[in-house]
Design a protein. Structure first.
Length: 563
């Protein structure tokens, strides 16, 4: 017969039973923390990283589109279409645009041969830029160039950015005269530091504490932001569909990173191929799981040791109440949380064993309660972080669509509303009115009383527009001193009355120190002959110019002049 390792005694059997009972309860908790809880934590972190990547990519794309649109609109102004390329008005326009955005390092205008004729600060005037990619692309259409090191401006900007490799994003647009002939190329160089400015506004403040890193990656999988220190970092390759795979990815280091990515939407007609990639080290992601596993393992081991000791000591007096205690143990094993430990015992040892079983049940219930509480706390934290990210996304979207000075809709939002109103008109046939208005002699206000006074005039006019118009009407600031108003379900006669009311209210409401301020207004009610919203806008612009040429402080609409 085979030899038994331990004799089959009550004491040994009781020790084995309690040991197995502890393992049966503790092992599922440990396995839960290793699998289900781990997978849920990874999924939540993955979603947070993907939301951060998407928010960052969206803000980058909107900023690129806004800068591209600024250059395109400046190239279409009257001065750039009609005046000599080196005229003071053109130079003033370049300087105004550079002051409007802190990251513009240089803005210039070339002739058709590529020679720079006007530039901010007079930098590079007379230099031949025909070999530069932005000139070649800008001759054929509006262009956004990929990140590159400064060539012509490197020495000029060395004092402004000491010890740095100066890198730019180029924006270029062709300049045509009124006959449609190419006059030259308008180009702007935005310093790459704008990427850091955007990321600091988007990335949560606690990202560094959580070891979350955000990268901007180029088309050829090179990290272009942050600059420096990542030369040996290997960005995980994209999949066969061209997208970055989610989950833990190998970045060439000692541990993988939880990775999420989102492509930066391309400006129209350009192919930058950028994407935002966000990563977090695996050790940081799984830190909560490891801590929970340690607590469960330690608690289980402590409970096991305690139960075995009590079982060993009390086994000698266990014969009579053994059936009762066995029944209680089986009920606990089945998950009964309402066990009555009123066992009839006559020795101190059996009383201790009974108390130990009660403690075991309470410990298990406490562990279960603690685990449920930990899960609820984790879910609350995830919900809180998600709500905070949603709030930040909403704030970013509002900032991207609002003019900071006046609080009105900015050009991008105005263009979106203009397109929506034109589509609605095409679909329903219900007319709407479009007004383009400009503050008369606004430059004189800035030249006479300074830009703070000019800003006050802009806010003053914006407030009058808001108070004069209906709640259903739309008003936006689309240029330096230019505003656009959309009146839904309004015919030409009604629109002319509203425009005249606006003009008279503004004229009758002076503001110190500028005094009386007047508006010139062009009013157009789109018709089916307008090809699209841009064609309708062009007609309103033409009527505005007619109001300017007719003496200013007046309303001009399709049927004639009012005011």
């Amino acid at each position: 017969m085979p030899t038994r390792v331990l004799p089959r005694s009550f004491r040994n059997l009781l020790v084995v039973v309690f040991g197995l009972l502890t393992l049966v309860v503790g092992l599922p908790l440990y396995l839960y923390s290793s699998s289900i809880h781990r997978d849920q934590l990874i999924a939540d972190r993955q979603e947070n990283l993907h939301s951060l990547a998407m928010a960052t990519a969206t803000v980058l794309a909107e900023n690129l589109i806004e800068r591209r649109r600024e250059i395109e609109l400046l190239a279409q102004t009257t001065a750039f279409r009609t005046e000599p390329l080196d005229s003071p008005n053109i130079n003033a326009g370049l300087d105004r645009l550079k002051r409007s955005y802190q990251h513009y390092s240089w803005i210039g205008l070339t002739d058709t041969a590529g020679r720079i004729r006007a530039a901010t600060g007079g930098q590079l005037v007379g230099i031949d830029a025909a070999a530069r990619p932005w000139f070649e692309h800008g001759r054929h259409g509006v262009h956004v160039g990929d990140l590159h090191e400064a060539k012509l401006l490197a020495k000029l900007l060395s004092s402004e950015y000491p010890g740095q490799v100066v890198r730019f994003i180029d924006f270029a647009s062709p300049v045509y005269d009124d006959a449609g002939n190419l006059r030259g190329v308008l180009a702007a160089h935005a310093h790459w530091q704008w990427a850091g400015y955007i990321l600091r506004a988007v990335v949560p403040l606690n990202a560094a504490e959580d070891a979350i890193e955000v990268f901007i990656v180029s088309r050829d999988d090179q990290i272009i932001y942050p600059e420096g220190g990542f030369a040996d970092t290997r960005v995980p390759a994209r999949g066969s569909n061209g997208k970055q795979a989610d989950g833990f990815q190998d970045w060439g280091g000692v541990q993988p990173y939880l990775t999420a990515a989102h492509a930066v939407a391309e400006p129209s007609g350009d192919t930058l191929g950028w994407r935002v990639v966000v990563r977090q080290p695996r050790d940081v992601v799984l830190a909560g799981v490891a801590e929970l596993q340690r607590v469960i393992l330690l608690t289980t081991l402590v409970a096991l040791v305690v139960f075995l000791i009590f079982a060993w000591i009390g086994a000698a007096r266990v014969s009579r109440p053994l059936a009762q205690l066995t029944d209680i143990a089986r009920r606990i094993e089945r998950g009964d949380e309402h066990v009555d430990f009123a066992v009839s015992v006559h020795t101190q040892e059996l009383q201790c064993l009974s108390q130990a079983l009660g403690g075991m049940a309470q410990t298990l219930m406490d562990q279960k309660s603690a685990l449920l509480a930990a899960n609820h706390e984790l879910e609350d934290k995830v919900a809180e972080r998600t709500a905070e990210l949603s709030r930040l996304n909403a704030e970013l979207q509002l900032l991207a669509r609002t003019d900071a000075l006046t609080g009105l809709a900015n050009r991008m939002f105005s263009n979106e509303r203009l397109a929506e109103e034109f589509v609605r008109f095409r679909r329903t046939g219900v007319a709407y009115a479009l007004m383009i208005m400009d503050i008369d002699y606004f430059k004189k206000v800035n030249d006479t009383w300074g830009h703070p006074a000019g800003d006050a005039v802009l806010r003053h006019v914006a407030g009058l527009l808001r108070s004069t118009l209906r709640a259903s009407d739309f008003v936006g600031r689309v240029g330096g001193e230019e505003f656009m108003v959309i009146l839904p379900a309004t015919d030409l006669e009604q629109a002319a009355r509203v425009a005249e009311k606006i003009r008279s209210v503004v004229e009758a409401t002076p503001i110190a120190p500028a005094g009386t301020v007047t508006l010139s207004i062009g009013v157009h009610v789109p018709t089916l002959t307008d090809a699209d919203e841009e064609a309708a806008l062009h007609v309103a612009d033409r009527l505005l110019y007619a109001a300017k040429q007719g003496g200013r402080n007046r309303v001009v609409f399709d049927a004639g002049v009012a005011g």
